[in-house]
Design a protein around this ligand. Structure first.
Ligand code: ADE
Length: 245
């Protein structure tokens, strides 16, 4: 997977992508990240990338030319998703992350200041993506969320593939609770079943906890889970919990 990020602040992207688990995927060349600064493409003698808005008003607007030229310099592969980050976009979620993980290239356009010239949104094939109903100062954090979530879905991206499979959201359920040593911490004990060595019972307990947690914390997801097909094991648990209808 090749990530190209068009940004006026390349160091934000580079710093994050060189650290932690995601940094390892980059070092192992499972994914690569390349930043492109529209300022380097500005034809203005002062390397300007923004200008005052037509019609007046406060703030500056990012200009088309540096962004179009930066985009054209990286758009190479056929199996490519091009994203512009804005609070007006389609909300990002795990399903979108899964679809994006099948691409060979993801190009992200990050804006700053007041906004973009509307014509930047008209780059052919561009999709608008939001990471939530709040306004950030720029698209970099949003691009990093997508890069992070997609990298861990790429085979080998986080080492153990089954950990991504078992994630919250991968089957419309939140994750079950995890414990490690010690077995008793300040009087808080690890559930006995996890010490039993009975793998079937452990799997059943985990699924039950995942269902109960989802019901308590995310009624919207729980409704989605209840609508989908259930495995034999899930049906048995739902009956036990009096949730089977
Ligand atoms: N840019 C500013 N706010 C944003 C958001 N919530 N999502 C994506 N990009 C943004």
């Amino acid at each position: 997977m090749k990530f190209d990020v068009i940004t006026l602040f390349p160091e934000i992207i580079e710093n994050y992508c060189s650290a932690s688990v995601i940094g390892r995927a980059f070092k192992q060349e499972i994914v690569s990240v390349n930043t492109v600064n529209p300022r380097d493409f500005s034809t203005d003698k002062h390397k300007k990338v923004d200008d005052t808005p037509y019609g007046g008003g406060a703030g500056m607007v990012l200009m088309c030319q540096p962004f179009y030229d930066a985009y054209d310099s990286v758009k190479k592969l056929e199996n490519c998703a091009s994203i512009i980050f804005t609070p007006q976009g389609k909300p990002f979620n795990q399903e979108m992350g899964k679809n994006l993980s099948t691409k060979d290239q993801i190009i992200s356009i990050c804006g700053h200041y007041e906004g973009y010239d509307e014509r930047i949104r008209q780059i052919p094939g561009l999709i608008e993506v939001s990471i939530g109903d709040f306004v950030l100062t720029g698209g970099e954090l949003a691009a990093l969320c997508v890069i992070d979530a997609v990298t861990r879905l790429i085979p080998g991206g986080i080492g153990k593939e089954e950990s991504a499979e078992e994630d919250s959201f991968s089957e419309d359920l939140l994750e079950y609770p995890h414990y490690t040593r010690p077995n008793d911490f300040r009087g808080m004990k690890v559930p006995d079943v996890l010490l039993s060595g009975n793998h079937q019972e452990i799997a059943k307990w985990r699924k039950k906890q995942a269902i109960l947690r989802t019901q308590a914390k995310r009624p919207d997801l729980f409704e989605k889970f209840m609508q989908r097909e259930h495995t034999k094991e899930e049906k048995a648990i739902l009956k036990e919990l009096n949730l089977w209808i």
